[in-house]
Write a protein that binds this ligand. Structure first.
Ligand code: NAD
Ligand code: G6P
Ligand code: MN
Length: 443
């Protein structure tokens, strides 16, 4: 791979997260020298809005040597590229709203990536992401795909089945966001941390947080601090009530299970009753994002269209953009930096089925991902939870490839947010109707 004059394509260019990624790219042009940046999206209006915002960012920073391109044509987007960042949301926030509201009607968790909402999203997302991975195999098979598209465990499993040789890294920003939030709340510098963690995506636990400057494992003291004074959101989630509730739940979880720091998403599996009780069934997270991040993005583009020059840029996504850009840099310069990544288990967690897709620390270099194996078995509590979830996700991916209603029903029934096969079937049938335009036909 060339280390100069890079071509980078962002698939899902119109995503609200694009400015954060571009900001990180612009801060690191010396390490990741870009010649061409392509925004690819299947929604030309969203892509146009983002083109205006990114063009404004480039000019504001005085960057004239980067060619910015917007396109809805796969061949143009994926020919001759070095890195492809993928972040598509098949069906948009309108379908996310349905993922959240349909299960809630039946008293179940309605969430973007967890529970049955995550499964509905999975059956939509697989097709969209496979299509893009396919384009990359056709037009630039040597390019690295860095994927943020959700639900990560499910799409990673599907891509692995269809394109086992694809050069893809699957990443989630949640562990880095949790670490950053812990560090600012309790006065640490997370850059000194070496974290040990295992699980599935949005379904895992820290086992150790070694602080290089303090020369000790700080996880036990963080767990004590969590139980005494719950965390406030960090600046990148400032004013966001949903994220505040989420971070407060981390104290509830660690009080009951003080052995580990959990991923915040475990709240939906361990305390679904609390989450359902607190949910507003008419106004869910999708509605908040539509009226927040999405509106904000349109507002930035509108101001630029009107020729305004001041007070345009208005976003803060914390480490999200930098995290994925750091992965690209680590590949390009073979740095072997450590990231939390979603990879095939293959014995890394010795007592978990080896074909599971797990989230664990890994080194990233020129040849891709080198996962770090655990030094021992995981406990029965975590193993039991994970095995059930892995089986449910596998069944869902089977359902996608086989067009099998029976496998989908099994997946929905096994999902741990679901108390009965009767309810699983009601939700599945309701969702099948709502997702006609997106799901494969299930027979
Ligand atoms: P968004 O709806 O604002 O943006 C997604 C974009 O993808 C839209 O512009 C849409 O038009 C486009 N799109 C949809 N289907 C497409 C297709 N088949 N081909 C090309 N473009 C397509 O959503 P968002 O909130 O910005 O999130 C984007 C994605 O990133 C989602 O999948 C979200 O779940 C994910 N995400 C993941 C992480 C993580 O930790 N892994 C973090 C944040 C967001
Ligand atoms: C975190 C998770 C993502 C998820 C996002 C949802 O970043 O890691 O996987 O998509 O939160 O945030 P939102 O603001 O869209 O609810
Ligand atoms: Mn995530």
């Amino acid at each position: 791979m060339t280390t100069n004059n890079l071509n980078i394509t962002i698939a899902g260019g119109g995503s609200t997260y694009t400015p954060g990624i571009v900001q990180a790219l612009l801060n690191d042009l010396d390490k990741l020298p870009i010649k061409k940046l392509v925004l690819y999206d299947n929604d030309p209006q969203r892509n146009r809005d983002m083109y205006l915002i990114i063009d404004f960012m480039l000019k504001k920073k005085g960057v004239c040597h980067v060619e910015l391109v917007e396109t809805t044509k796969p061949k143009e987007a994926f020919s001759k590229c070095d890195f492809v960042f993928t972040q598509i949301r098949v069906g948009g926030l309108e379908m996310r709203e349905k993922d959240e509201k349909i299960p809630l009607k039946y008293g179940l968790i309605g969430q973007e990536t967890c529970g049955l909402g995550g499964f509905a999203y999975g059956l939509r997302s697989i097709k969209g992401l496979l299509e893009i991975v396919g384009y990359v195999q056709d037009y630039s098979p040597e390019a690295w795909i860095l994927n943020y598209t959700n639900p990560e465990s499910i799409v990673a499993e599907a891509v692995r089945r269809q394109y086992p040789k694809a050069k893809i890294l699957n990443a989630c920003d949640m562990t880095i966001s949790i670490e950053e939030t812990i560090a600012v709340n309790y006065g640490y510098d997370r850059k000194n941390w070496i974290s040990d963690y295992y699980g599935l995506n949005h379904f895992g636990w820290y086992t150790k947080i070694y602080d290089k400057s303090l020369k000790r494992d700080v996880m036990p003291e963080i767990i004590r601090k969590l139980s005494i004074s719950p965390m406030k959101v960090a600046d990148f989630n400032a004013g966001d009530e949903s994220w505040q509730e989420t971070y407060s739940m981390m104290s509830v979880m660690t009080k009951n299970f003080p052995q580990n720091i959990p991923n915040s998403y475990l709240q939906y599996y361990l305390y679904p009753d609390i989450a359902v009780e607190h949910a507003d069934k008419e106004y869910t997270r999708a509605n908040k994002v539509m009226n927040g991040r999405e509106k904000n993005t349109k507002e930035m583009a509108r101001k630029i269209c009107e020729g305004k020059k001041e007070d345009i840029l208005n976003f803060n996504f914390g480490e999200h953009g930098q995290y994925i850009v750091d992965m690209a840099i680590s590949i390009l310069h073979d740095l072997h930096q450590r990231f939390m990544l979603i990879v095939p288990n293959k014995g890394a967690i010795p007592n978990l089925r080896e074909d599971a897709v797990v989230e664990i620390p890994a080194y990233v270099g020129a040849t891709g991902v080198e996962p770090i194996s655990l030094r021992g078995n995981i406990c029965d509590f975590h193993k039991g939870l994970m095995e059930a979830q892995v089986a449910a996700e596998k069944l869902l991916v089977d359902a996608y490839f086989e067009g099998s209603y029976q496998k989908a029903l099994q997946a929905f029934t096994l999902n741990q947010t679901v108390p009965s096969a009767r309810v699983a079937k009601l939700v599945l049938d309701d969702m099948m109707g709502a997702n006609k335009a997106y799901w494969p036909e299930l027979k």
